[in-house]
Design a protein. Structure first.
Length: 200
């Protein structure tokens, strides 16, 4: 009988080698993808932790003036107020027709936070009405509310209402009491700032 001198791989050995290489390739790809996804998740988590918290509510917007800016612009309404030292870091949260005004100090003060809610995230704000919209003015506490248009209120109470174009803005000061002793100066500064309200 004659023996074969042929050397090399048989078909079965070749298929087995391809299967092993395929398995090794798949495991390598799987490990690479897992590491890549893990790194992306960690990067996103680190970014989220290093950035300030952002509200997820659609009705809430916050804008803060740059450090050198001496006024706060309410972009959505195209109006601005001048800021003084106690409120130089003022921000606003737009909820419905009210721009609620605050500062970082007020937002961290537990005495203030307990009075805040989703629809009233501060104790000071600016409410915007159309000039023909009905408002209630308490011009004499004995007589009670006096309904009138916002434009009429701006003429009757120029310290509390201010007309700019087709809109009338009202100085909302909550219950009139500061939430802590440190905020008295800031509350007074917000009242003063309302007097500087002007078109942008």
């Amino acid at each position: 009988m004659r023996q074969s001198d042929e050397s090399g791989f048989s078909i079965i050995e070749l298929i087995l080698l391809l299967v092993i290489v395929g398995i090794i390739g798949f495991v390598g790809w799987f490990v690479y993808n897992s590491n890549k996804k893990t790194n992306e998740t960690l990067n996103n988590t680190n970014q989220a932790q290093s950035e300030p918290a952002k509200s997820t509510k659609a009705t809430k917007k916050t804008t803060s003036p740059p450090a050198t800016q001496q006024s706060l612009v309410i972009k959505e309404w195209q109006v601005s107020i001048k800021l003084t030292a106690p409120i130089i870091s003022a921000t606003y949260h737009l909820v419905g027709n009210t721009a609620w005004l605050s500062t970082a100090q007020l937002d961290k003060d537990p005495a203030c936070i307990k009075y805040y809610s989703a629809d009233r995230p501060s104790f000071a704000g600016i409410v915007r009405y159309s000039s023909s919209e009905q408002v209630h003015v308490l011009d004499n506490p004995k007589d009670g509310d006096n309904p009138m248009t916002a434009a009429q209120a701006a003429q009757l109470e120029p310290k509390g209402y201010k007309q700019i174009g087709n809109y009338v803005y009202y100085n909302e000061q909550g219950n009139g009491q500061p939430c802590s002793s440190e905020t008295v100066e800031q509350q007074n500064a917000f009242v003063t700032a309302f007097g500087t309200l002007s078109a942008e």
